[in-house]
Design a protein around this ligand. Structure first.
Ligand code: MG
Ligand code: MG
Length: 258
């Protein structure tokens, strides 16, 4: 069953996702070689609570922290730790909040210091794959149209798409129907309706699409040890097209200045 949202609910979801956007931008200011992923987690939790919200992932199915921090060949669900970020790393930061009863959920993959050209290309392609998916979030289309757009763009760059993890509906629960895979066929899957709010979140690999789960029960890594990137937006299907509730503008502002 789809939980279609009213305009008022979409505005609440916008507030939640804007707080995630701002939290990620606060992290953008301090992501550099020498900082630990646990430092990032502590800052994020403090910022979220200072803004009257609570971390959305902490305690979710027993997840221990505010952020998922996934470095290099870690795809998603990395647990913040004493790992110190190094020059040349990439780190995916996935952040969730609950504000006024509604979840925000977005992710961005950051460069740590100077990174290789091939890592920049992976980040750019993953982010543009997300944008291609968003363009298909239109009433009357189907989830498969989004999936196909993400997959075909990522694969056109020579990359592979992780299949074991998918996007999802978002609302009073972190994961609602429908599932939003990053691979699929046009014209297939759930019909998209106005008021649907979904997270589109491509996880794109430089090498094989295959992944493994680590013994910590959370961290997903590429099977071949090559890098992976992850970007996520929450998107509402509006009367005039896709309404992206997240923004990377705050992050882009910070990164331009630094
Ligand atoms: Mg997320
Ligand atoms: Mg998500």
């Amino acid at each position: 069953m789809l939980h279609l949202k009213t305009e008022a609910e979409i505005e609440l979801l916008r507030s939640s996702n804007q707080l995630v956007s701002k939290t990620l931008a606060e992290l953008a200011r301090i992501i550099k070689p020498g900082i630990t992923t646990l430092d990032l987690d502590n800052l994020a939790e403090e910022y979220i609570r200072d803004n009257g919200a609570v971390p959305g992932f902490k305690g979710y199915n027993g997840f221990p922290n505010t952020l998922c921090t996934s470095v290099n060949d870690e795809v998603v669900h990395g647990i913040p730790s004493e790992y110190t970020l190094k020059e040349g790393d990439i780190v995916s930061i996935d952040c969730g909040v609950v504000l006024n009863g509604f979840y925000g959920d977005s992710a961005f993959t950051f460069a740590v210091g100077e990174i290789s050209g091939e890592k920049w290309r992976l980040l750019d392609f993953t982010r543009s794959s997300l944008e291609k998916g968003v363009e298909q979030a239109l009433a009357g289309k189907r989830i498969g149209d989004i999936s196909y757009a993400v997959q075909s763009h990522a694969e056109s760059g020579g990359y592979t798409v992780v299949r074991e993890l998918v996007g999802h509906g978002l609302g009073r629960r972190l994961h609602e129907a429908p599932e939003v895979p990053n691979y699929g066929r046009r014209g297939r899957g759930t019909k998209i309706k106005q008021g649907l709010v979904i997270c589109i979140e491509p996880m794109i690999n430089m090498g094989t699409r295959n992944v493994n789960q680590m013994k910590d029960g959370w961290t997903i890594r590429t099977a071949d040890g090559k890098p992976s990137a992850h970007f996520e937006y929450a998107v509402a299907v509006g009367p005039d097209g896709p309404d992206v509730l997240t923004t990377f503008d705050y992050i882009d502002e910070v990164l331009k200045r630094s």
